[in-house]
Write a protein that binds this ligand. Structure first.
Ligand code: 7TS
Length: 414
């Protein structure tokens, strides 16, 4: 007997779990959703978990001793533990609930940055960052008079590691980079970047918005100091994100926001901060959303992250091959073996917004614009790209619809 192929997904079953995939964009035009990099769709299990909380357990957490509050707290903290296990964190105390990746990175910049950096210190970023991993550092640099340096990106969308080695000679205090680019799809050699940063004496802040949803992450093996991601890109709801931080670092950091829940004791002129992770969670949190994210993690575990990654790799290879056939399409980013499920492209003579508008007529949802990575687009001397992105619920037939749509663009503008 042959063992079942764990890299194959059961599509019928998976697609049936996503109610939105059944809808038509207009009468007779089914939805082909190729914009999961911006935000993923949600399976019924996530929606049901949130509804169940509101229908059966709704109460504030960490407060009342009444039954509902205890149940809500258990569900909320249970989700934290499952998220910790999902990335193999040593402890759930290292998992801070935030609103999204953006807030997670701002938390590190504000709290760790302000208490550890001084005038002239160097922060190394890369040219392929999302604005969320640029602007917080620019704000901090302006406030503390810091110096920002950037690892350049090659023509084919990879980091210039030789240049990184040179930048490390400046003895940066922080190296912050995306594990996977939301435009190029490049999967950066995170472990190597982190190891090198540590040997130069820097801490690392990894923007994991596009990695955690798409492949298995072992945070202890990776050894990142901070790791930031968003629930809504990994089948979970909006309004909930995660900041993973090493316990020793988090313990030594001052709180980010002040208020209820983040304190152990308050007097009129002083307070004592709460234990981790609550020290960084001021105010009533996004309870239903945390529970929804816990359900998303259960779902991803059940399908299997290796199977998801293998599926996306196969789909990306197919998509790149087919896109290359279309006259006038110019692809950005490295070859399929070095990237995740993202295909950004320009179409000769047609603005990406027009490409997207024509595709939308056939129900094909792609994103057009700078994808919050203006400096990267400037580097390639373009203002915008169109971007198709893939997740576990996409199939080769979705790619075929994209290609058909692009031939229509050619007809209209050709
Ligand atoms: N970092 C990366 C690499 C991202 O792709 C995104 C969102 C963020 C940070 C910010 O995530 P947020 O949840 O805090 O907003 N990227 C995209 C995108 O590519 N299109 O829309 C959002």
């Amino acid at each position: 007997m042959t063992s079942p192929d764990t890299t194959k997904l059961d599509f019928e079953k998976i697609r049936a779990d996503f109610p939105i995939l059944e809808r038509e964009v207009k009468p007779g035009v089914p939805l082909i959703y190729l914009d999961s990099t911006a935000s993923s769709q949600k399976p019924r299990q996530v929606i049901d978990a949130m509804t169940a909380y509101y229908e059966l357990q709704n109460a504030n957490v960490h407060r009342g001793v009444h039954a509902l509050s205890e149940e809500a707290t258990e569900a909320y903290e249970g989700a934290r533990q499952r998220i910790a296990d999902f990335i193999n964190a040593a402890s759930a105390q290292e998992i801070i609930y935030t609103r999204n990746t953006t807030e997670s990175i701002n938390l590190v910049a504000f709290s760790w940055g302000r208490s550890n950096l001084t005038k002239g210190d160097v922060i190394v970023l890369t040219e392929m960052e999302h604005h969320s991993n640029i602007v917080p550092w620019q704000m901090l640099a302006a406030e503390l008079d810091l110096r920002l340096e950037f690892i350049p990106v090659t023509e084919d969308g990879l980091l210039e590691m030789e240049e990184y080695h040179k930048l490390l000679e400046l003895k940066p205090k922080i190296v912050a980079f995306a594990h996977m680019s939301n435009v190029l799809g490049t999967i950066n050699p995170a472990k190597e970047i982190i190891e090198l940063a540590h040997s130069a004496g820097a801490i690392t802040v990894v923007d994991a918005a596009q990695s955690v949803p798409h492949f298995a992450v072992d945070i202890q093996d990776l050894d990142a100091d901070f790791y930031a991601f968003s629930g809504h890109k990994m089948l979970g709801p909006t309004g909930i994100g995660i900041l993973y931080g090493k316990k020793d670092l988090l313990k030594a950091m001052p709180p980010f926001l002040g208020g209820g829940d983040m304190i152990k004791r308050v007097e009129l002129r002083s307070f004592i901060a709460n234990e981790l992770p609550h020290k960084f969670e001021a105010g009533t949190p996004a309870i239903a959303e945390a529970i929804g994210l816990g359900a998303a993690v259960d779902y991803l575990n059940e399908v299997g992250m290796d199977a998801i990654f293998a599926h996306e790799a196969q789909l990306t290879e197919y998509a790149l091959e087919r896109l290359e056939e279309v006259p006038g399409v110019w692809l950005f980013g490295p070859s399929a073996d070095k990237k995740g499920g993202v295909a950004s492209f320009t179409f000769e003579g047609v603005h990406p917004h027009d490409v997207s508008e024509i595709l939308d007529r056939s129900g094909v949802a792609v994103r057009a614009g700078h994808h919050c990575a203006m400096p990267l687009h400037n580097k390639f001397n373009i203002n915008a790209t169109a971007r198709a992105s893939f997740y576990l619920y996409n199939t080769e037939s979705d790619v075929d619809r994209l290609i058909e749509g692009l031939y229509k663009v050619k007809e209209v503008y050709g």
